[in-house]
Design a protein around this ligand. Structure first.
Ligand code: COA
Length: 274
């Protein structure tokens, strides 16, 4: 069964072969994350999680912004006197960025097409890879409106950036461009805006063509090993190898190593043939 494109109130999903493109779709509000957008993202990530034909999820924004951060009006002001509504929104907001993306079974790529502020940094950090337009404007703007990088943002910064960069931009709130985002390691690299989509889709398809179970194990091995002792990680990865063998039906041993030993391909240079 192949996954079809679909659309919710604030986010739309397009499909390009084994790649799903998730577009935050509130361009008139610079794709700021309203409570509804968080709920939509929870639903979309849950749907794509089980799509067997999708290996990579690209997240981007409609119009001139990637994501303007939290919707300061709908998320903070309108929920100000309703504790339950605020906590419901907060939970969805931190769940999909701080947990779901981090342990997601598909590879995720943030395609940063434009403005990226505050809470949007958690999307960028939650994705496995990120590519920005040179011209994008990014910033930890919280300090400029007398807040601090709250929710999951502080943890995201501590996880990804060097202390000097995290505190420099957190304390000044200065905007910076995509090239600077690459220099400080917030994104993998940046390219001119008019090359962004082509570049990211080429990367996404390159990854999506690989074995989906091996991609998932690569992510799990990295992310979970970070949190484990050396011994626990060794044992986990050994168990993971057995799990992979069962999930693939022997793929890495038979077609992978087997194909190399039969001189069908050189894994140092290319993937195993289908
Ligand atoms: N929350 C709520 N609304 C937002 C928003 C946000 N984070 N970011 C943008 N918007 C809204 C604006 O209020 C405006 O709405 P209106 O047309 O109803 O007045 C609309 O989006 C367009 O924004 P505007 O400021 O006119 O666009 P711009 O291109 O000149 O500037 C930004 C874009 C992102 C630089 C600017 O909107 C901004 O500074 N936003 C706040 C960013 C921020 O601090 N985010 C962190 C939140 S954690």
């Amino acid at each position: 069964m192949s996954t079809e494109p679909f659309e919710l109130d604030t986010v739309k999903v397009d499909i390009d072969d084994k790649v799903a493109i998730v577009t935050l779709n509130r361009p008139h509000k610079r794709n700021a994350m309203s409570p509804q957008l968080h709920l939509d993202m929870v639903k979309i990530l849950e749907t794509l999680r089980y799509a067997p034909d999708i290996n990579v999820v690209v997240i981007t924004g409609e119009g001139s912004a990637f994501c303007g951060g939290m919707d300061l009006k709908e998320f903070f002001v309108q929920n100000r006197d309703d504790k339950v509504a605020f906590e419901t929104s907060f939970r969805a907001a931190t769940e999909w960025r701080g947990r779901t993306l981090r342990y997601y079974p598909k590879v995720t790529i943030a395609m940063i097409n434009g403005d990226t502020f505050g809470g949007a940094f958690s999307i960028v950090e939650g994705c496995d890879l990120a590519v920005a337009a040179d011209e994008a404007r990014l910033g930890l703007s919280e300090i400029n409106f007398k807040l601090f990088p709250g929710g999951s943002v502080s943890k995201s910064l501590a996880n990804l950036l060097r202390p000097r960069d995290a505190l420099f931009y957190g304390l000044t709130g200065r905007p910076f461009d995509g090239k600077e985002a690459a220099r400080i390691g917030l994104v993998n690299y940046s390219v001119p805006l008019d090359e962004l989509r082509g570049n990211v889709m080429e990367l996404a398809h390159e990854i999506a063509a690989k074995d989906g179970e091996a991609l998932r194990a690569t992510k799990d091995g990295y992310r979970l090993a970070l949190e484990m002792s050396w011994e626990a990680s060794m044992d986990y990865c050994l168990a993971k190898q057995d799990q992979l063998t069962i999930r693939q039906g022997g793929g890495w041993m038979d077609q992978g190593i087997g194909g190399f030993l039969d001189k069908k391909f050189k894994p140092g240079l290319t993937s195993a043939p289908e």
